[in-house]
Write a protein that binds this ligand. Sequence first.
Ligand SMILES: Nc1nc2c(ncn2[C@@H]2O[C@H](COP(=O)(O)OP(=O)(O)OP(=O)(O)O)[C@@H](O)[C@H]2O)c(=O)[nH]1
Ligand SMILES: [Mg+2]
Ligand SMILES: [Zn+2]
Length: 347
Amino acid sequence: MNLQQIGWSDFFQSQLTTGIPGRVASANHGRFLIWTEAGDVEAGVTGAMRRARGLWPAVGDWVVLREDGQVIVRVLARRTLISRKQPEREVREQVLAANVDVLFIVSGLDKDYNERRIERFLVMAHESGARPVVLLNKADLAEELGLDLAEVIARTAQLSPGVRVLALSARSEHGLDALPAELGPGQTAALIGSSGVGKSTIVNRLLGDERQSTYAVRAADSRGRHTTTTRELFLMPGGWLLMDLPGLREVQLWAGTGQVEETFEDIQALAGSCRFRDCAHGGEPGCAVGAAGVEPARLANYLKMQREVAHLERRIDPGQARETRARGKARGKEGAKPTGSHSRREE
Ligand SMILES: Nc1nc2c(ncn2[C@@H]2O[C@H](COP(=O)(O)OP(=O)(O)OP(=O)(O)O)[C@@H](O)[C@H]2O)c(=O)[nH]1
Ligand SMILES: [Mg+2]
Ligand SMILES: [Zn+2]
């Protein structure tokens, strides 16, 4: 395997001194499948990593293996990092995937479609450094549900200025070829979204092979059954990479106020013209956001996420806060603490 074909670049080369470079293709309870120039190897981590010193490898990471190829000794600094706050009350980062170029935010055009959830994933993408593309899957069901497809696409595109939106049906394969077109050779995409939106079906159809298990959603609410339980990277025909992720039940943000502002750039720009500097955009006189007629539910979600990340920034310990900021723009900086998230299911 040629390393460039699986995402290797000067950014990683410049960090390498000794050892064998490889990319983490999957992880399973502290054992990792690593793609190297010489082929696939299965490796563990050093004792120091286990004692939580040094980054814990995530799927998509570039790592350095000891000369015998058995042990990961180092995780190279990441270009991008997709993470969220762990679902429990504990204030910790949970890393989902590393070095992703394009984040496909998948939503089903059934009862799953939820604009507020898409906005949340968009903030997550802005924090990660990956480019978001919204995939509206199950387009074959839109008509059945009385949805005007063109109208839904247009609405979704207005959730965040400049965001790309693609409608497709993995089932009929209609619109599927627009996905590879979003990526260059050796680039990596990941599929994120709630359970049952069709992420694994998309992987299977693009691979032309039923590699991932899929399972029907509940008819009453279109909810999936958390069929995929591990993160895995696939080499796609055409020379790009695609990561399937388990469905997320809850998306608590691990982001800063800057990323919320970036996602809602239009609201942010309007806010600069409000009469009061500390305008809460809740009906104050001279509020430019109110005057512009921003959709109330969208505005409410913006304000809610602003409060959420401001609260997070106050609660994370100073060390973690520094890392969050360091990663914000200067992608490449080592950003994550080992979270032990490798053995968790994301529910
Ligand atoms: N009608 C329709 N059904 C689809 C489409 N894509 C996927 N499905 C169905 O949706 C169900 C869930 O698909 P999965 O691929 O397992 O969903 P997932 O997002 O991987 O779910 P998790 O692994 O649980 O996160 C399956 O029954 C699929 O056949 C589509 O384009 N149209
Ligand atoms: Mg799946
Ligand atoms: Zn205002």
